[in-house]
Design a protein around this ligand. Sequence first.
Ligand SMILES: Nc1ncnc2c1ncn2[C@@H]1O[C@H](COP(=O)(O)OP(=O)(O)O)[C@@H](O)[C@H]1O
Ligand SMILES: [Mg+2]
Length: 168
Amino acid sequence: MLELFQLSLKEAKIQSIVSPIITSLMMVIFVGVIGYGGLRVFSGDIFAGTFIAIVVYLVQTVTPIVSLVSFYNDYKKTAGSTERVFEIYNMSEEKLNGSEKLALEAFENADVTIENVSFSYDQKTTILKNISMHIPNKKTTAIVGPSGSGKSTLFYLSFSDRRLPLQR
Ligand SMILES: Nc1ncnc2c1ncn2[C@@H]1O[C@H](COP(=O)(O)OP(=O)(O)O)[C@@H](O)[C@H]1O
Ligand SMILES: [Mg+2]
């Protein structure tokens, strides 16, 4: 997370230096072209129409180059994150030991029943009060309630080994 923050900071710093340079460079080129072309038109060397055509062509060639550069930038960024996604896809499945397998099997083929469960995080405010429910196996059961009513708390309670952090 810190790494990402520092990278973004670095990107912002580089961008804040590079983009004004590029913008002023482009301005200088444009002023140069328009100034020089204006002089040539004024001295009668080229037609005003020719001059306008040159300016329009210039704009038309610069625009795709700019989008090509930003495309390359985006592509590099996306490639980086996609690599991480594939890393996760290619991870091997977690190895379970014998008792974990048995526990998982038992859990897969069992109903879940809770009776008069109460819980509080700080012993002052009761979050769950005498909850009882029966959740049949191989069926879909929905736990519905407004935000803060204790749905996530109820789930965390089923992870007695604290494999999931007790957080909001
Ligand atoms: N780690 C925690 N410590 C203290 N209070 C918490 C904690 N997590 C949740 N709570 C409180 O417990 C209540 C139920 O929260 P939660 O189970 O997250 O509800 P839900 O998932 O239904 O939105 C809320 O009032 C919340 O503020
Ligand atoms: Mg929740």
